[in-house]
Design a binder for this molecule. Structure first.
Ligand SMILES: *[C@@H]1O[C@H](CO)[C@@H](O)[C@H](O)[C@H]1NC(C)=O
Length: 284
């Protein structure tokens, strides 16, 4: 891939991603890359469910999805602990950067040294202040290129509409306002750290607007269903509530922006990644 050589020549590099889903009350921090020294940059993702590639399998939590119909469009149709029908944003970014097609979860007991040196996904929840602290820690470890991702448009995910969108299930504006406040604070912190940490390059990547853009203009992206997830009724099911016994699960995700009531489909994840590629490329 185009950027890799440059990235390697710069030695240490990194990304950081912080999407946040209101209803999961979690924030996610994706950070990439302390370079392994030679030609391969590494991607480290600190993520909540939207970015998790399967750490939840190894944690005592009800927030699980290592059962069908999750993973229906994953290679082999395998449920892996990814909260979607296929790949998550973490996988797609690692793939885009030419590092690897799937980003393994840190808690996987079969993880090898090679996996670690090119990147893994952690499961954590971060708020703005913790995000800043984590960025400083990463900086101390040598990360110099850091991408910070905004929260999603949490009032417009199906669960947000169900919980706060009234009878018509409109986008819950109060949730969206909270997300905007959070994004504003995060962006401000990033500007501050950009000035404080010598040699660092940080890019704030907005995911809120691109996802809202897809939701507002679904036909352009080949979607027909915006307000319901594919799984179950699409209004509320996610994690353990989205399972093989859930009635009404859609047969084909291709027209759905959301896989369950909180998480986008792989197709939507791919479109999101393509929409922010320019920002990510700024770091290469
Ligand atoms: C889903 O529908 C799309 C568009 O109609 C079609 O191209 C695709 O093959 C279908 N996928 C599956 C798994 O049936």
């Amino acid at each position: 891939m185009k950027g890799n050589k440059n990235m390697a020549s710069m030695g240490s590099s990194g990304f950081l991603i912080i999407p946040w889903l209101l209803l999961a009350e979690s924030a996610a921090l994706f950070s990439a890359g302390v370079s392994s020294g030679k030609s391969t940059p590494a991607v480290f993702v600190f993520g909540d469910s939207i970015l998790d590639t399967g750490n939840n399998n190894y944690l005592p939590t009800l927030s699980k999805c290592n059962f069908p119909p999750y993973g229906r469009n994953f290679p082999g149709g395998k449920p892996t602990g990814r909260f979607t029908d296929g790949k998550v944003i973490s996988d797609l970014i690692a793939g885009d950067l030419g590092i690897k097609d799937l980003l393994p979860p840190y808690l996987d007991p079969n993880l090898g040294a090679q996996d670690l040196s090119t990147g893994v996904a952690f499961a954590s929840a971060f708020l703005v202040t913790q995000a800043s602290e984590s960025i400083v820690e990463l900086y101390k470890l040598g990360a110099r290129k850091i991408g910070v991702f905004s929260t999603l448009v949490s009032g417009c995910v199906p669960e947000g509409r169900t919980v706060g969108g009234g009878e018509e299930r409109k986008c819950a504006e109060n949730f969206n306002e909270l997300a905007k406040i959070y994004n504003g604070k995060l962006s401000f912190e990033m500007d501050y750290l950009n000035k404080q940490l010598p040699g660092v390059k940080m890019v704030f990547v907005d995911l809120f607007s691109p996802l809202l853009g897809i939701i507002k203009d679904p036909e352009t992206y080949g979607f027909a269903v915006t307000k319901e997830g594919c799984c179950g009724t699409g209004y509320i099911e996610a994690a353990v509530l989205c399972n093989q016994l859930s009635p009404f699960t859609c047969a084909n995700t291709s027209e759905y922006i959301f896989w369950d009531s909180v998480h986008p489909t792989e197709k939507a994840n791919r479109i999101l990644v393509s929409k922010v590629r320019d920002y990510i490329n700024e770091l290469l």
